[in-house]
Design a protein. Sequence first.
Lengths: 176, 206
Amino acid sequence: MPRHPYSKYHFICCVLCALLLPSQALAQDPAGSVKNVTGEAQVIRAGAAPTPLKPGDRVFEKDVLTTGKGASLGLVLRDNSTLALGPGSRLVVERFLFEPEKGGLAQVLRLSRGSMAAVSGEIVKLNPEVAKVETPLYSIGIRGTHFLLNMEPGHETAEEKAQAVADAPTPKEGAK
Amino acid sequence: MSARAFVLAALRLAALALALLLLSGCAKPRNVVQLLTDPDGHVGQVTVTTQAGSAQLTQAGCAVRVADARSMPTPPEDLTEAESEALFGAARRALPEKPVRFILYFDSETTRLTKESQALLPQVLATAKERDSRDIAVVGHASAAGEQSYNIDISRRRAEAVRKLLIKAGLPQEGIEVASHGSANPLVVSSNPHEPRNRRVEITVR
């Protein structure tokens, strides 16, 4: 009988973690990073619980970013475009590719509710055709540079609405 | 006669009440896109598209509204400062400053900064600290002279050398990302394969 019956599993787990973690981290380049957070801002990634965002956190393609009541979130993307969300917003980084030396460019964001301010960057400069922002009611094409958009809540898809309940910040005791 | 006047007055009142009701019930849609002058003083252009068609914004301050997916966006209008603030104030205040790029040059075939570029380092550090930057890209480049593999290697070593300098000066290690582009991404296209302006590291402070 081994003295530590779990040690073999422990070892296997460690090896698996060591093998899996770095390859997952390297699998995808970040789309950008968080520059500032006021109030409650979160990221939802496939298969993970919503996680609060803080300055310096990297964001990736397919991330769902949300802001709570009175909150805001500022981001800088890899092509040096800047963007910010106002309170009660939900933005999905649907597509982000910035590999100018290989000709790989794409920037598709989806604002399903809330407000957004943006200044476009290198992607729009190199190929404006590949950059757009979608909402439930309209989409915008961008030839540059500084624009604002607002999308009233209540038009989200069923799936987005279900998530909106899940990612709504929990009200504080006594707060209405 | 007087009964007729009374009916007319009542009808007028009813019409007025109806108009007021319609006005308040049909408040302007708050799905709004607005174009502004960018930090460089440049005004771009955005196109707003619904299932019914598109509208273009080409003038600073102009905005369109969208009532629903099957209607055209409204014609461009000026937004009042108060409405723009109510819709976008928080997002605008959170919009980060534009990233800053610095270019450092190297002596030929070395990872040694030129004197001028060494003198630029304090400015790089000051900018990173002032912005509390946690996202700094350090990308090495080489001139076209020499083998591709050598160029990839030397531009990586140049970027690494700069990264070490930045960390030594106190910038957070986890915020710095290094890449090497070899000679694939020249700053200037030149017939001189030894073009010194291509022997560089570009630092982007975000």
